[in-house]
Write a protein that binds this ligand. Structure first.
Ligand SMILES: [Zn+2]
Length: 336
C-alpha cells in the first residue's frame, strides 16, 4: 500500500490556510482543494493494494487512468457500451491472461471503494450485484451503465487539470515499471492532450512510491559483467557500458527490493520483453518463453537462440543469483 504524502498536504495546509480567516473566498478555495486531494489520495490508497497485496492486478488502476484521461478532455462518464472495447483492450494489454480484461466490475466496484468518500459514481446506482459483488453485463447494457468521478471530484479536477495530469503520472509510477510508462501514456492518449495542459511540474509527487536505490543499476550491471544476461551483449561506448539496464524481477511498484537477488542486467529489448511477460525464468534460472509469443523462429536472432539457456553464465557471484521467491512472483504475476 502506498504511503500517502499527507505531509505535503499538511505543509500546504500550514502555508495556505489561515483558519481564523477561512471564510474569505481564497482561503476557502485552498481548504476545498486540500480536502479534496486528501480524500482522493485516501480513496486511491485503498482501492487495490489492500485487496491484492503485492500481486498484480491492473484493472482498477487502468480504469482510473482511463477516467482521468477522459477528464482531461472534459468528459465525465465512462459509458460501458461505448467505451468498453477501448478500456478492455487497454486492460488486456497489461493483463497476464490469467484474468480476463473485464472492465465492468472495476467500473462498478470503484464506487464501493469510495462509499464514504463520494469520489466515484455510477448511473444507475442500483444494479443487482451477485454474492461476489459482481453485476450483470446484460443488465449493464440494458440500462446504459456509466461510471466516473462524482460531480464534486469532476468539477474540482476539471479546474485543476495540471493536478489531474500529475495524478496520472503518479498512478502509472505507482503501478508499472518505467519500461511501460511511455507506452501506457501513448495508449491512453495523454500525449495528444499535454500541449493544452499547463504546469504539472508545480506539484511534488502526490503518491509516494518506494524509492529506487540509486546504486541499484551499478550493482546489478557489475554483478553480470555489464552484459545482458539474456543475450550476453556487452558493449562499451565512449568508455561506458552501453546500453544495459537493471531490471527488477519483482516490480518495484509491487514492493520488489533494489537488491542483487531481485535484479537482472538486460539490454533494452530483453528488459521490455521481461516486463511485458514475454519471457521469464524457470526454477533453474533458465530462460522460458511465453506460449503467447509467436515468432519467425527460423530467422529470429533475438529470442530463439537463447531459449533454455541459463542466465547465470556470466554472473560474477553465484551466491547472489535471483531468489526463487522473486522469480516465482514474476512467473505468477507477469509471465503470460
Ligand atoms: Zn539482450
Amino acid at each position: 500500500m502506498p504511503i500517502l504524502r499527507l505531509e505535503l498536504i499538511l505543509v500546504l495546509r500550514d502555508k495556505k490556510i489561515n483558519l481564523s480567516a477561512r471564510s474569505r473566498p481564497t482561503q476557502q478555495l485552498h481548504l476545498n482543494y486540500i480536502s479534496m486531494l486528501d480524500l482522493f489520495l485516501k480513496w486511491y490508497g485503498g482501492i487495490n493494494k489492500n485487496k491484492f497485496g503485492d500481486g498484480y492486478s491492473p484493472h482498477k488502476p487502468i480504469t482510473l487512468l482511463f477516467a482521468l484521461t477522459k477528464l482531461l478532455k472534459n468528459e465525465r462518464w465512462i459509458n460501458y457500451q461505448i467505451d468498453r472495447e477501448n478500456l478492455e483492450a487497454l486492460i488486456g494489454d497489461y493483463t497476464n491472461f490469467k484474468s480476463k480484461p473485464n472492465c465492468l466490475q472495476p467500473l462498478w466496484r470503484l464506487k464501493n471503494d469510495s462509499r464514504d468518500l463520494n469520489i466515484w459514481a455510477t448511473v444507475p446506482s442500483d444494479l443487482k450485484a451477485n454474492k461476489s459483488g459482481d453485476i450483470s453485463p446484460t443488465e449493464a447494457r440494458e440500462r446504459n451503465f456509466q461510471a466516473g468521478f462524482s460531480e464534486e471530484v469532476f468539477q474540482w479536477l476539471g479546474r485543476n487539470k495540471a493536478l489531474a495530469q500529475k495524478l496520472i503520472d503518479d498512478i502509472i509510477d505507482d503501478n508499472f515499471p518505467e519500461t511501460l510508462h511511455a507506452g501506457l501514456l501513448e495508449k491512453l492518449g495523454v500525449f495528444d492532450l499535454i500541449p493544452e495542459i499547463v504546469g504539472p511540474g508545480q506539484f511534488e509527487n502526490l503518491i509516494a512510491t518506494p524509492k529506487r536505490d540509486p546504486n541499484f543499476p551499478k550493482i546489478i550491471l557489475q554483478l553480470y559483467d555489464y552484459r545482458c544476461c539474456f543475450c550476453n551483449l556487452k558493449l562499451y561506448f565512449n568508455h561506458k557500458p552501453f546500453p544495459m539496464e537493471a531490471a527488477h524481477i519483482k516490480w518495484k511498484a509491487r514492493g520488489g527490493e533494489c537488491s542483487e537477488q531481485n535484479g537482472l542486467s538486460l539490454c533494452p529489448t530483453h528488459h521490455l520483453a521481461f516486463d511485458r511477460g514475454i519471457w521469464s525464468l524457470d526454477d533453474g534460472h533458465n530462460i522460458v518463453l511465453s506460449s503467447h509469443a509467436k515468432m519467425d523462429t527460423q530467422n529470429d536472432i533475438f529470442f530463439t537462440p537463447f531459449l533454455g539457456k541459463s542466465i547465470t553464465n556470466f554472473i560474477l557471484d553465484k551466491k547472489l543469483l535471483p531468489t526463487q521467491e522473486n522469480i516465482l512472483w514474476h512467473r505468477k504475476n507477469i509471465f503470460i
